[in-house]
Design a protein around this ligand. Sequence first.
Ligand code: IDP
Ligand code: MG
Length: 134
Amino acid sequence: MIEKTLSIIKPDAVERELGDSIKKIFLNNGLNISKSKKVKITKQEASEFYKVHETKPFYEELCAYLSSGPIIVMILEGENAILKNREIMGATNPKDAAEGTIRKLYGISIDKNSVHGSDSLDNATKEINFFFKN
Ligand code: IDP
Ligand code: MG
């Protein structure tokens, strides 16, 4: 099934100018980038975006981090895009990520792990609407 998913290049990767290298990995794996924009969000917007994690001990830190610098938000489109993007990203902790994944290549730590990707069809729809309302 052709799906759309939301991808974010997080502040640690934007800061290191890894945007184009990461985009190339998506394209090389058969995902199209149908929309892309660089934005900086407020801590309040980050808190809303990551609301599913509000009970986690790292929530505050996570929201402060996502709003700490520019991010690149993208809509990725393609066959099984949601799962495919998760595979391309690799495990949450770069230490556990498989060879060749974005987080293995570029992730610094469990929090500075370079990319975000929607984890389900429902969340993909919500997250796309969060950043690309029209
Ligand atoms: P995911 O990004 O692989 O979907 P989630 O469990 O949804 O991982 O967590 C969202 C984000 O929260 C992670 O990408 C990471 O930046 C951060 N995070 C997850 N677990 C921890 C932790 O134990 N300490 C600090 N940050 C964490
Ligand atoms: Mg997640």
